[in-house]
Design a protein around this ligand. Sequence first.
Ligand SMILES: CC[C@H](C(=O)O)C(=O)SCCNC(=O)CCNC(=O)[C@H](O)C(C)(C)COP(=O)(O)OP(=O)(O)OC[C@H]1O[C@@H](n2cnc3c(N)ncnc32)[C@H](O)[C@@H]1OP(=O)(O)O
Ligand SMILES: [Co+2]
Length: 141
Amino acid sequence: MKIGRLNHVGVATPDVEAAAKGYADLYGATDATPAKAFPKLGVKVIFVSVPNMQIELIEPLGEDSPIHKFLEKNPKGGQHHMCFEVPDIIEARDAMRARGATVLGTGEPYIGAHGVPVIFVHPKDTGGVLVELMQEPGGGH
Ligand SMILES: CC[C@H](C(=O)O)C(=O)SCCNC(=O)CCNC(=O)[C@H](O)C(C)(C)COP(=O)(O)OP(=O)(O)OC[C@H]1O[C@@H](n2cnc3c(N)ncnc32)[C@H](O)[C@@H]1OP(=O)(O)O
Ligand SMILES: [Co+2]
């Protein structure tokens, strides 16, 4: 398994709308999706498109959100994860495990905000950076 293109950088924020306005006002990054809630994933998301990838603004939905504690530690928000595309998410999951990394949750890929299966690799195995792997559109079995 070889890692693919950087699809997005996840940025945690207490307010995705305010954060998206900040990217528009400060950097002219006005190409943004409407905010969308993913209750099962515990986040509200806005994707801000820039020339070669996206910024994924994520706001916690409730205290069970996987980013709730992150925002308690970083109340203004901050860089949260990087997401790379892989050709086949199952092959990637198995490769992570075979290479000694911890795949979060049950290890079963689940549908993320882009509508394709994703996994997350624990930051303790990746030099302190939370990495998400997502099946590249049109990839997989
Ligand atoms: C999937 C939808 C969407 C998409 O792109 O499709 C998204 O990306 S949504 C993104 C939000 N969802 C997730 O992040 C799911 C996976 N994440 C998790 O399961 C948790 O965030 C986890 C386990 C990485 C951390 O959970 P939590 O903060 O509640 O646990 P701890 O406080 O015990 O943290 C353990 C340890 O990890 C360090 N940590 C936490 N978050 C990060 C981070 N974003 N980057 C780097 N390190 C992180 C934390 O400081 C602890 O370190 P320690 O040295 O043990 O204190
Ligand atoms: Co993501």
